[in-house]
Design a protein around this ligand. Structure first.
Ligand code: KIV
Ligand code: NA
Length: 279
């Protein structure tokens, strides 16, 4: 299987083939996501919350994103990978923005970048697309701006706000974005944007009419995420409990002497092991 590309992604909207996207942050999460057959992997700056333990995405650096993107790419060599541009790396000069993009692509091995914002990022989006890098937009609730938005609340509920989001979505499409993430947007507004745009919308907490859906890995499988109880999230597995129970069993067996057992140990009179595989 080959990774998707932006041409195929665009065709999927026309064919009403829903896009599936999940975040991944390292080799094992990427490997499992690819094996499960997701269309796109997002190395989200949500890694700040679910992997690094910060209470927002603001502390996440370009170095963090490159490091995690690189590990993710090693785990999912046949999946289209989008990496988030982190906080304040695309609001200065175009030159500085492009340097960050270069690192995510060349060092992080991403296929595309994602950026939060509307009209104010249009020049940056244009410059990145012109340099040959696909851009995924991200509007609605934009966590990097939590301090100006004043909290995590649903966007596009009244006509004025719906219009603002529609204008942002259209501007991003015109700037050359290949798709746009709608985060925490009222279903009617997300549906209207999805109808209006020719590029796909990928929703998270944005209702049923988007062209695709994205969720955070740790939320989907209930892996010690601080956010999985939110209404827009559905957990499809509970690996957190399994991991905890597994570790508890290990601890118990070491304490009571059940592990290691006879079959786990080496005796002096055994042959020499030649390689890791023979252990
Ligand atoms: O960082 C992230 O996981 C995201 C998704 C929620 C869209 O931006
Ligand atoms: Na993000």
């Amino acid at each position: 299987k080959k990774p998707l590309n932006v041409v195929k992604i665009s065709k999927m909207k026309q064919q009403q083939d829903r896009l599936t996207m999940i975040t991944a942050y390292d080799y094992p999460s990427a490997k499992l996501a690819e094996e499960a057959g997701v269309d796109l992997i997002l190395v989200g700056d949500s890694l700040g919350n679910v992997v690094l333990g910060y209470d927002s995405t603001i502390p996440v650096t370009l170095d963090d994103m490159v490091y995690h993107s690189r590990a993710t790419a090693r785990g999912a060599q046949n999946t289209f990978i989008v990496a988030d541009m982190p906080f304040m790396t695309y609001h200065g000069s175009i030159d500085e923005t492009l340097k960050g993009v270069r690192r995510l692509m060349q060092e992080g091995h991403a296929h595309a970048v994602k950026m939060e914002g509307g009209l104010e990022i249009v020049p940056a989006v244009k410059a990145i697309v012109q340099s040959g890098v696909p851009v995924l937009g991200h509007i609605g609730l934009t966590p990097q701006s939590v301090n100006t938005i004043g909290g995590y609340r649903v966007q596009g509920k009244d006509a004025e706000d719906a219009k603002r989001l529609m204008n942002e979505a259209k501007a991003l499409e015109q700037a050359g974005a290949f798709a746009v993430v709608l985060e925490l947007v009222a279903e009617e507004t997300a549906a209207a944007i999805t109808r209006e745009l020719s590029i796909p919308t990928i929703g998270i907490g944005a209702g049923r009419q988007c062209d695709g859906q994205v969720l955070v890995f740790h939320d989907v499988v209930k892996y010690a995420s601080p956010y999985m109880e939110k209404r827009f999230v559905k957990t499809f597995a509970d690996v957190g409990s399994q991991i905890r129970e597994g570790i508890e069993a290990y601890v118990n067996e070491v304490k009571n002497g059940a592990f290691p057992a006879e079959n786990h140990v080496f005796k002096a009179d055994e042959g020499v092991s030649e390689s890791l595989d023979s252990l």
